[in-house]
Design a protein around this ligand. Structure first.
Ligand code: ZN
Length: 473
């Protein structure tokens, strides 16, 4: 297949690190850079060396130890910054100097207090200097989306002539709309001499929640590099989220037929590592990497998932490195999901017993919201004790305690942490699967049945299936 290749430029360590509460020390940055390498990003923007000694050192250390990706260092458009960036990049296998200068009138007038002519000259001069040091030079006209288009074209043309190899078009304040941003990229391609010789890049902020949509719109109009961050962290509302951009292209190749070198199976680990290092948790419903991104609670969803994951799942959890899909047992869970969980905990019930377990389960779920395995075990024992003839001999040992209040919320409710069953996944264009092959039950984590198709689902007759739908959304 001949899909255009999109360069993934990760700026978690630079723009991401600028978000409140997300600063990292040198060791932490190094650790994360190594994970970004495993993830398969093409470029790591490691820092802004002139900004602090810590940033300088971080770029230096990353440059020395992470050898595959290009390591980029940020610099304002002035000699001191460019030289310091280059100094920090000494020893890299592949380096890039990233020069930026604001181009919108509002920034020129109030922030930089220079004219357009001065801006143009300063950009050209800084790129020339960077190019004299490093073959790979990126230029960003800051606040590009609020820059008069004719002037933006003029600046971009000038920096290309001065040697820039990548031109990045930042929506610095997250103001653009997808069509508008796509149109801007198209205009640059139509009007700027020499633009076909360089890579056009997107850098979108999420102030209106459109960073990913804008990035994708840019790609559709010819951008071939996307700047993004893990978990979408970054200034204010953040940057385009790397995992969302990558998975949008992977799940919808019919719309976005582009390739990246990202290893999807490393996305979740990268997200978790960043959250651990910064202690900024991922919002539970965050697309791709939030803890609820693959959880299904409503009964009709759970029932459908158990019959065929394609009913509610557009990509497998394994494809983004999430160990399994979590079916949370709550009061909206159906009989089918409950029966399977009981079976995984070692108890197979006849229809009549299951009715009893289910009745008790619904009462309990109404009280404590999330039913943990420990609760379920106790509840099952009650039913078993009430009916000795059921033949389960292991009913001992659970006397005394009566449904403790639900434990403090665990990030991954054990009630659904059974090993994922990859075997049952059918290959289907509408669902993205992991390339690592089916996940196996881990030693010490017995999973008598798989959630998805691997083992036959517990028998549910037509009547009980219909009942499940009463608990639907
Ligand atoms: Zn930014």
């Amino acid at each position: 297949m001949d899909r255009p290749r999109i360069t993934i430029f990760d700026t978690t360590l630079r723009d991401g690190e600028q978000s409140p509460g997300c600063s990292m020390n040198v060791q932490e940055k190094l650790h994360l850079a190594q994970q970004l390498d495993r993830l398969g990003v093409d470029v790591i923007e490691a820092g802004f060396p002139i900004a602090s000694d810590g940033d300088f050192e971080a770029v230096q250390r990353i440059a020395a130890s992470v050898r595959r990706p290009i390591i980029a260092a940020l610099a304002r458009a002035c000699a001191g910054d460019v030289d310091r960036a280059w100094q920090a990049l000494q020893g890299t296998a592949r380096s890039r100097i990233h020069v930026f200068l604001a181009t919108s009138d509002i920034h020129l007038k109030y922030k930089l207090r220079i004219t357009r002519a001065q801006c143009l000259e300063q950009a050209r001069e800084a790129v020339r200097r960077a190019k004299s040091l490093c073959a790979d030079v990126e230029f960003s006209p800051e606040d590009a989306t609020r820059t008069e288009v004719a002037f933006l074209c003029q600046v971009v043309e000038a920096v290309i002539a001065a040697g820039a190899t990548t031109v990045n078009i930042p929506d610095t304040v997250g103001y653009s709309m997808p069509e508008e941003y796509g149109q801007l990229i198209r205009t640059l391609r139509e009007k700027v001499a020499g633009i076909d010789k360089v890579t056009i890049s997107t850098h979108c902020h999420n102030d209106l929640g459109l960073a990913v949509a804008n990035s994708l719109a840019g790609v559709q109009q010819g951008a071939r590099q996307v700047e993004c961050t893990i978990n979408g962290i970054g200034e204010r509302a953040g940057n385009a989220s790397l995992e969302e951009v990558v998975m949008a292209m992977r799940v919808r190749p019919d719309r976005y037929a582009y390739e990246t070198a990202i290893s999807g199976e490393q996305l979740f680990a990268s997200s978790q590592m960043l959250a651990e290092i910064t202690r900024v948790p991922v919002q539970p419903h965050k697309a791709i990497t939030g803890r609820n991104a693959f959880a299904h609670e409503a009964g009709i969803h759970q029932d459908g998932m158990l019959k065929n994951p394609l009913t509610y799942e557009i990509m497998t959890p394994q494809s983004v490195g999430v160990p399994d899909s979590r079916l949370v047992l709550g009061k909206h869970s159906g009989r089918h999901a409950l029966a399977l969980r009981c079976e995984q905990l070692g108890h197979q019930f006849e229809r009549r017993e299951l009715d009893e377990v289910y009745r008790k389960f619904v009462v309990l779920a109404d009280r404590i919201k999330k039913v943990q395995d420990s609760h379920l075990l106790e509840l099952m024992q009650d039913v078993i004790r009430g009916d000795v003839s059921s033949g389960n001999g292991d009913a001992a040992g659970s006397q005394g305690k009566k449904f403790p209040p639900a434990a403090a919320t665990s990030p991954y409710p054990r009630a659904a942490s059974a090993a994922a069953g990859g075997n049952g996944h059918e290959s289907h264009p509408a669902q993205v699967s992991g390339s690592a092959g089916p996940a196996q039950a881990r030693p010490g984590h017995p999973a008598p049945a798989n959630w998805f198709g691997g083992a036959p689902a517990p028998v549910a007759d037509h009547h009980s299936e219909q009942e499940d739908y009463l608990w639907g959304v």
